[in-house]
Ligand binder design. Sequence first.
Ligand code: AMP
Length: 285
Amino acid sequence: MRVASTIAEMRAVRRSLTGGVGFVPTLGALHEGHLSLVRASVEQNARTVASVFVNPTQFGDPADFDRYPRDTDRDLELLREAGVDAVFLPPASEIYAADDSTFVEVEQVTEGLEGEHRPGHFRGVATVVTKLFNIVAPRRAYFGQKDAQQLAVLRRLVRDLHFDIEIVAMPTVREPDGLAMSSRNALLSPEQRRAAAGLYRALQRAQQLFSAGERDGERLRGVMREALGGEPLAQVDYVSVADPASLREADSAGETALASLAVRIGAVRLIDNAILTPHASREMT
Ligand code: AMP
């Protein structure tokens, strides 16, 4: 496995890779969720490139950026074991010049949810992913459904800027109690970790109600709020039931809906989501 830390090195490695390249961008502190993306890429492409880069421009809060877990040695070991051909591991100075003046803004799908609660977040994501796509030049890129709005933003980015890259979405990998795997879970105390399972229970409640025929957006949001209300450690940022394509809040849901939520437990902000369908997927039962 080759490890490149400059753009010049990464481009040289890329030129040496023949066949289609699958790409898995990450912030590192890897877990089974990330590895499910890597495994899919290794299976579906001649070569796989991963990146590990804690992108400063997608963090609004500098304390959140400082606190973000980092474990490069372990990450490299896991990527090697998973069969990755090359890892791009740049310092921030390689990706951003002090006088950088070009940024990528995706409109519409960034208006609500994370976009509303984390101003500038998706500008940072769209800008760094554009840079990484230009450096790595993949045929496919793998992203998790765990970050549903990010996925919608990147699909729009690829469509609007005519990147010849297929975006592949992978299902959310969960802990046995339903908590979505996240690098941030490592920051939770045991008591907070128990409370964090409440996010999944809230999504399950919404799915149960949806399966029973409820389509009223406010009632579906209400049941999620109610479920989270039972967790005194959980402070709700938002709960949402939105149209899965436009991500606009649904007054009345259609055949499917995107239920999502963001919750603070102590200093740790967690997000999760589920596509509500008339018949619950195995993941949501
Ligand atoms: P991150 O390092 O958090 O930016 O995540 C890198 C990629 O892994 C993103 O496409 C995430 O959506 C995806 N990812 C993170 N957590 C999970 C999970 N629990 N299951 C599936 N994919 C995930």
